[in-house]
Design a binder for this molecule. Structure first.
Ligand code: HEM
Length: 411
């Protein structure tokens, strides 16, 4: 194993090294050794502890990076359509615009609406398991990521948005490119592929929007188009905001959930006792999914920006400071979780920060949880002899962590 950095700024840099991308967890501990709120050499503050991350996410003066902060930190960012596109979405917008955008979509993802979607998810899971059975029936290995973990969430978000199934495989390729722009901007010159993907997605959604305008349906895009065309002035979404939020919903809606499914299956393989309980105990799945989210959060971190001088749990944060919020490290804070590296689905009061917190708390949290709670037990029950059929391969990303391949034999 590579030697661990001792200085916090070196440990931060190590997170995005090839070794850190494979296994970031020892590096979080190297940072934690310096405290729960750590200042690094360039002035950035790193929230490592659970309470510190919660406080950072809830502090109104710590804002998401938006066009104002980009102008200061990344002059030239406007030449990149990927950054322009995401900056029009709620994830990179602060109040009051953030509240206006978020209002338009939250209704689609309430706990009640998600429960109404459950039967459709059960049917989709069943269909995809049938497809896996066809592919792997003769003993051939099947890549769980490509054949299931990606297909389920993309089909669910596709159904909500009302985009046809025939476009969904294309989404995987194009989303993999566009999300390069979400990995934290380090070098603007490396965004060519993300820009091209954003251009393709923008053209695609512009076309869908026109079709919905002519023939509205009951899907989310039709509702957003109505809000764009007829909304009261204070509610209206601009055309760019509409497209930016659709791209966000698409990639936020499946890239992350795909990896929750991958981490869930990987965890079940590593703990056969959990796999057995997922098969046998209907009430076990929610705790298992929550613990998977805690130990392997698909989104490892987020960041904020101090709009004014602010005090964060007694630490002064001067205006202009970037705050890196290490969600994955918070989830393993020994003050919050005894024996934090042990996977224990029976943990009481398990509230990982994997969906963030504060006003940007993930819109799709209930949906993602429901998909995993339905899919993982159904998969393990359908294939009682399911087993790894080769090494699990992690994708080469730090921020959105997951597998690129997870080959399985159906048994
Ligand atoms: C396991 C799956 C998922 C994980 C781990 C995840 C994680 C996150 C996190 C950490 C944030 C907050 C980012 C921040 O504060 O900077 C977020 C925001 C968001 N997520 Fe998710 N997400 C998941 C699934 C979904 C799904 C299924 C959807 C939609 C269908 C979705 C839509 C969104 C949106 C729109 C936001 C922005 C909310 C805002 O800015 O107000 N996510 N997600």
């Amino acid at each position: 194993m590579a030697e661990l950095a001792t200085r916090p700024d070196e440990a931060i840099a190590a997170l995005v090294s090839p070794q850190g991308r494979r296994d970031p967890y020892p590096h979080y501990e190297a940072i934690r050794a310096h405290g729960n709120l750590v200042r690094v050499d360039d002035g950035m503050l790193v929230a490592v502890g659970y309470d510190e991350c919660v406080a950072a996410l809830r502090e109104p003066l710590l804002r998401v990076q938006d066009e104002n902060s980009h102008d200061v930190v990344h002059p030239g960012w406007r030449e990149h359509s990927s950054l322009r596109g995401f900056t029009e979405s709620m994830l990179y917008t602060n109040p009051p615009d953030h509240s206006r955008m978020r209002r338009q979509v939250v209704g689609t993802f309430t706990a009640r609406r998600v429960q109404e979607l459950r039967p459709a998810v059960v049917r989709l899971v069943d269909r995809l398991l049938g497809r896996m059975a066809d592919l792997g029936g003769g003993g051939a290995p099947v890549d769980f990521m490509a054949e299931f973990a990606f297909r389920l969430p993309v089909a669910v978000i596709g159904e909500l948005l009302g985009v046809p199934e025939s476009d969904q495989v294309w989404f995987r390729a194009v989303s993999a490119e566009v999300t390069l722009a979400l990995e934290g901007i380090t070098d603007l010159s490396r965004l060519d592929r993300a820009d091209a993907a954003m251009d393709e997605l923008s053209d695609y959604f512009a076309d869908v929007i026109e079709r919905r305008r002519r023939r509205p349906g009951t899907d989310l895009i039709s509702a957003l188009v109505r809000a764009h065309d007829d909304g009261a002035d204070g509610d209206r979404l601009s055309r760019d905001e509409l497209i930016g939020n659709l791209v966000l919903l698409l990639v936020a809606g499946f890239d992350t959930t795909t990896h929750l499914l991958g981490h869930g299956l990987h965890t079940a393989f590593e703990h056969p006792g959990f796999a057995a309980r997922l098969r046998a105990e209907p009430g076990f799945a929610p705790g298992f999914v929550e613990e998977t989210l805690r130990c392997e959060p698909p989104v490892q971190a987020t960041s904020r920006w101090a709009a004014e001088d602010v005090d964060l749990m007694g630490t002064p944060v001067p205006a202009g400071t970037k705050v890196l919020v290490l969600l994955a490290a918070a989830n393993r804070d020994p003050r919050r979780y005894p024996d934090p590296h042990r996977c224990d689905p029976d943990r009481p009061d398990n509230r990982p920060l994997s969906f963030g917190g504060g006003i940007h708390l993930c819109v799709g949290a209930a949906l993602a949880r429901m998909e995993a709670q339905v899919a993982l037990p159904a998969l393990l029950r359908r294939f009682p002899g399911l087993a790894p059929a080769g090494p699990a391969v992690y994708r080469d990303r730090w921020l959105v962590r997951g597998h690129s391949r997870l080959p399985v034999a159906l048994g």
